[in-house]
Structures are given as C-alpha cells and as structure tokens.
Design a protein. Structure first.
Length: 441
C-alpha cells in the first residue's frame, strides 16, 4: 500500500514537471521573459548570470528600433498591426469557463483561444489543431459552435473572412453576403478597394446587378475587420520575432535571437550552505529551478531544430517569396527533428520569424496540400485556380463541373469531378445551370 502511494506521488510530480516543461516550450519569448522575472523574485536558487540584451520596457520603442520590420517589404501582413492583446486571452478563458461546455471539449477550446495572433484570429485551422489533439470532426465542429459565442464576435475565427461570416450570422441570414466573402477570400480581394473590373467579375459570380452588389459591399464594410479593434483600453505588447532568416544570395542562414531573456544560473552553493536545515519545500524549490533551466535549454534547441527543418522544406519561399510556399505537415518536421508532433505544434505556437519577405508566424509555413502532377499545392491555390477559370468563362456557356475538372487536369491537378464540385460549393459559386439562368435574364 505504501509503495502504491509513493508511486502515485511520484507520478503526480512527474506530471507537474512535464506540464511545466511543455508550457515553457509553448511560450513566446515575451511570455517566457515575464515568467522568468516572476521565478527570479520567488526562487532563491535562481540567479541572473547576465541581464537580457533588451528589457521588457524596450517594447514601447520597438517600432522605431533597428529591429523593427521594414514597412516596404512585400508579404509582411503584420506591418500594419504589431500589437497583440495580452489581456484578451484571460477574458476569453473566463468566458469559456462560464459556458456549459462538455469537459471533453474544454482543452481544445483553451488551446485555440490561448494561441491567437495579433489580429485576434486562431494561429492554425481549428480542424488541424483538433486532429493533432485527437478530436473527431464532430467534436471539432461542436467546439467551433462555442467559439462563435465568444465576445467580441469573430474573435478566434481562422481568419478575417471567417470572422466576418460569424458576425453576419449573428445579424442576418443573407447567403449572398457569405458568397461574396468566400470569393474575395480565395482571390485575396479587398472589400475596401475593388476596381470596376473586379466588381463586374464579382457581380457575375454571385449573380447580382452592379448596384445591388455595391449595396452588399457596404454592409460588409460596416463590419469589424479585426475583432480586437472593438476592445477599448487594452494592454498591449509588441510582436517580437525570435527566429531570423538572413538571405545572402541563394544561401539562407538562421539566427535565434532571444534578446529579452536573461541568462540564468543555478545557485548550488545555497543548497550546500543550508543542507542541514533542508526541508521538503526547500528541496522542491531547488528542483523547480533546475527544471526551469533544463526547459529553457530544451525550448531553445527545439526551436532551432524546427526553424532549420522549416528552412529545408520551404527553401524556395525564403528565396523567391510567398508564391513558392509548398504544403508541409507538422508530422514531416517532427520526423526530421526526432520529436513528437505535439511538440512541433507547441514550439511554433505564438512564435514569429523575420524574413526577407516580412514577419510571419511559424505556423504560416505549414499549409495543407492537394495533389498535382508537378508537385502538391495548397488548397488555397486550387481555390484561386477555380475562381480564375470561372471568372473568365463564356457567360453564355458557363463551365460545368466536368469541364472545370478537365481544365484543372490539364493544369496538372489529380482531381475528381466530385472534388471540383465540393470546392466550387465551398466557394459559394452557383452551378453552371444556375449561372446560365441568371445570365440569360
């Protein structure tokens, strides 16, 4: 009986230690810096061997520092907004715990809301996060229903477009507005800056007169593009890249810059000095300090290895830009590095890199794939090719799904007609028969 109690006690300690180590891996360097400051003030066995290169106070000046991102670089989707709400996570977690959520779904929801980007959107697709955590499609769908109930409406959506759809669902059931959003989404369109040609193509795809379409666009423009913009009096911090990719011709080098983290050491002399007075709590503090140092080292080595694996798999992106991005699964990187896929998921959470093309979250480099003869492409690329083909079709003889399948196959896609129909419907584009009927009016 005594051995069983000891075993259970040891298991609890190991579980607590493992949880703490995993939480360190998941933190970005600002969160880790704040955690270290707290530990330094509470744990006498921790010492600051050397101070950080930059203090947390320096965050207020980041936008004017030499490390600030170049506003003229292409692809830097963070250049207009480098602030992230740090009080938002706590608020969202509180909302979740006030809801009547099945206990099984709570870890998934907590994982999503604690990993939002600077715009208030999820850093990876909900289904990808859920599958990696062992959830079924039905469970993930149920969890998304709770995300839609969070305030401000649209927060924790996968992107701006889904956020707009969630806002629409709260106020109107107009399916045409959703169609417009989906078409703009796959064509990287802007609600605020459509030219006449784009408006004409969009009106054709959704089956509206130009005047009616403009009225629909006005409704969309009244919505909140970024959920966190509606939060007042917010406490903010800057997004600070920790991984840096430097281009030198066709060579790309990596540097990990944790400039806000101090170098720590373990005060072993204190342990020896007070050995006679040691008690359980004192020894536990020592073990906690030792575990923190090991966890920080593991975080650094894992981040370095994953960043190197990303470079190997996405080499073309770092040289040629976003058009060269290829599909990549977290499992591939896990096998390259020799770690569990869940560790890859944690280490890329809330971490950003600085590249020739701008600042990107590390999760950006893991887009999903669809088969093509010349190599797999992202689903987004397939959707773009579908809408491009339909936008240029003869309005008097719209392309059927079979004809569209033939066009895509000629472009190298290994795709079935039912798959074409699936993505056409996901884009909220009418069938050829329906498009022809509208054009004949």
């Amino acid at each position: 009986m005594g051995k069983q109690k000891l075993s259970a006690s040891l298991k609890q300690k190991l579980t607590a230690k493992l949880r703490h180590s995993l939480s360190i891996v998941r933190m970005n360097q600002i969160e880790l810096a704040q955690h270290i400051l707290n530990e330094l003030s509470e744990n006498p066995f921790l010492e600051e061997k050397s101070p950080p290169q930059e203090s947390l106070d320096a965050l207020n000046y980041y936008s004017s520092s030499e490390n600030a991102p170049d506003k003229n670089r292409k692809g830097d989707f963070l250049e207009q907004r480098l602030e992230v709400v740090i009080s938002l996570t706590e608020n969202l977690l509180e909302q979740l715990h006030l809801m009547k959520i099945p206990q099984r779904l709570l870890p998934l929801l907590e994982q999503i809301v604690t990993g939002l980007n600077s715009f208030g959107f999820a850093i990876s697709p909900h289904f990808e996060t859920g599958r990696q955590m062992g959830y079924s499609s039905r469970e993930i769908k149920d969890a998304r229903a709770f995300l839609k109930k969070l305030e401000p409406t649209g927060v924790a959506a996968e992107d701006m477009w889904e956020s707009l759809i969630w806002q629409l669902e709260e106020h109107t059931n107009d399916p045409v507005l959703v169609d417009i959003i989906e078409i703009l989404r796959v064509n990287s369109g802007s609600i605020h800056s459509l030219d006449d040609t784009e408006i004409h193509k969009l009106a054709y795809l959704v089956g509206l007169e130009k005047k009616s379409l403009i009225q629909k666009l006005d409704i969309l423009r009244s919505l909140q593009m970024f959920p966190i913009a509606s939060i007042d009096n917010r406490e903010t911090q800057r997004i600070i890249p920790e991984v840096f990719y430097f281009n030198s011709g066709n060579t790309v080098n990596i540097s990990i810059r944790s400039t806000f983290l101090p170098e720590l050491s373990l005060n072993t002399e204190l342990l020896s000095y007070g050995r006679e007075q040691l008690n359980h709590e004192w020894l536990e503090r020592y073990e906690q300090a030792k575990n923190l140092l090991k966890s920080i080292d593991y975080r650094y080595s894992t981040l370095t290895q994953v960043a190197e694996a990303i470079l190997i798999r996405q080499q073309a992106f770092f040289i040629h830009g976003e058009s060269a991005l290829v599909p990549l699964r977290q499992q591939e990187v896990a096998e390259m590095v020799g770690i569990h896929v869940s560790t890859v998921s944690r280490i890329i959470t809330s971490k950003y890199c600085d590249t020739k093309w701008g600042i990107f979250p590390l999760r950006y480099f893991f887009p999903s794939a669809i088969a093509r003869e010349r190599g797999d492409v992202t689903v987004l690329q397939l959707k773009k090719d579908i809408t491009t083909a339909l936008a240029s079709e003869d309005s008097g003889a719209p392309l059927s799904d079979s004809q569209l399948q033939t066009k895509l196959q000629q472009a190298g896609y290994k795709i079935e007609r039912r798959t074409v129909a699936k993505y056409r419907k996901l884009l909220h584009i009418l069938s050829a028969k329906q498009r022809k009927a509208i054009n004949s009016k």
